[in-house]
Design a protein around this ligand. Structure first.
Ligand code: 1GP
Length: 275
C-alpha cells in the first residue's frame, strides 16, 4: 500500500488515491477560521492580497511581500482559474522565506493543492449548477486533504456578474448571479450557511469591470451570521473601505496590487480604520 507522504502534494504530479494512515493534523495551529469569526464578532475587518501564480513576476512579488509585512496585511490568498505554470510550490516557498503572513489556498481546481500553505478555502460554487464544482472535485481532493496539515475552511463561493466575462466564469461553465439580484444572492448565501459552509465568498471575478454592488454586500452580510468575503475588481482604497462599510468582513485584492504593489499601503490603511 502506498501512502501519501506529508512532503508530497498533487502539484508534485504523483498524486494517488490512498488510505490515510491517521487523521491527526500535523499543524496544531488550526486558528485562521477562529480568528475570522472572533474578528467578525468585534466588528474588525481583514485585508487580503491575492497572488495568482500564473501572473506573478517575482520582482514585483518581493516588493508586494515587503509592503504586506510593513502594512499588516492579514492573509494571502494563493490561486487562480488556471495555474498553468506549475509555480504554486515555488510561490509558497518564496512567500514563506520572506514573511509569516498566513497563506490560504484559493484553488481553481482540485489540482491546485499543496501542503506548503497554512489553510485551504474548500470552495463549493453555490451560485452555479455545475456538479463538478459543487461536489465532484471535492471527492477527488478529499483523501489528500484528510492527510494534510492544512486547515480546511468550507466556503460557499458565489460568482456575481462584474460586467465582463471573467476566467472563472468561463472555466466553471456557470452563470454568475446578476448584479441587481440581491434576493438571489441572499437566498444562495442563506442556503450555503444552512448547508454548513463556514464562509461566504462573493466574487465579481478577477479583473471584473464592476465590483460586487454594495447593496448586495449589505443584504447578504445582514442575512447570514458567518463571515463574508468580497473580491473582484476592487481597485482603490475607497472601494476597500466602501465594501467593508457595506458589511464585508474580508476584502480581497489581486489585479490592482499585481499592477501597482504600492497600493497595498493605502488599502491596508483603509481596512485598519475599522479595527
Ligand atoms: C478574484 O476576488 C479575487 O477571485 C480578486 O479579484 O484580481 O480583480 O482583485 P481582482
Amino acid at each position: 500500500m502506498k501512502y501519501c507522504s506529508p512532503k508530497s502534494s498533487p502539484s508534485d504530479s504523483n498524486f494517488r488515491i490512498f488510505k490515510p494512515i491517521h487523521t491527526q493534523r500535523l499543524n496544531p495551529l488550526q486558528n485562521i477560521y477562529t480568528s475570522l469569526t472572533e474578528s467578525k464578532k468585534r466588528g474588525e475587518k481583514k485585508f487580503v492580497v491575492l497572488f495568482d501564480p500564473d501572473k506573478l513576476r517575482l520582482k514585483r512579488m518581493d516588493q508586494a511581500l515587503d509592503l504586506a509585512m510593513e502594512c499588516g496585511v492579514d492573509y494571502f490568498f494563493i490561486g487562480g482559474s488556471l495555474v498553468v505554470n506549475n509555480m504554486l510550490d515555488e510561490v509558497l516557498i518564496e512567500i514563506r522565506e520572506r514573511c509569516h503572513i498566513p497563506m490560504i489556498l484559493f484553488p481553481g481546481s482540485s489540482f491546485q493543492l499543496s501542503y506548503r500553505a497554512d489553510a485551504l478555502l474548500f470552495l463549493s460554487l453555490i451560485s452555479g449548477r455545475n456538479p463538478e464544482l459543487l461536489i465532484g472535485q471535492h471527492v477527488i481532493s478529499a483523501p489528500f486533504l484528510k492527510m494534510s496539515p492544512l486547515e480546511i475552511i468550507s466556503t460557499g463561493y458565489m460568482l456575481i456578474d462584474g460586467g465582463v466575462q471573467t476566467s472563472v466564469q468561463y472555466m466553471s461553465n456557470t452563470y454568475p448571479i446578476p448584479a441587481h439580484k440581491d434576493d438571489i444572492a441572499v437566498c444562495t448565501a442563506l442556503a450555503g450557511e444552512m448547508l454548513g459552509l463556514k464562509l461566504i465568498y462573493m466574487d465579481a471575478g478577477s479583473g471584473a469591470k464592476n465590483p460586487v454592488p454594495e447593496s448586495m454586500i449589505d443584504s447578504v452580510s445582514g442575512a447570514v451570521s458567518i463571515p463574508v468575503i468580497v473580491g473582484g475588481g476592487i481597485r482603490t482604497p475607497e472601494n476597500v473601505a466602501a465594501n467593508m462599510r457595506a458589511g464585508a468582513d474580508v476584502v480581497v485584492v489581486g489585479n490592482a496590487i499585481e499592477k501597482d504593489p504600492v497600493l497595498i499601503r493605502e488599502m491596508a490603511a483603509a481596512a485598519k480604520e475599522f479595527n
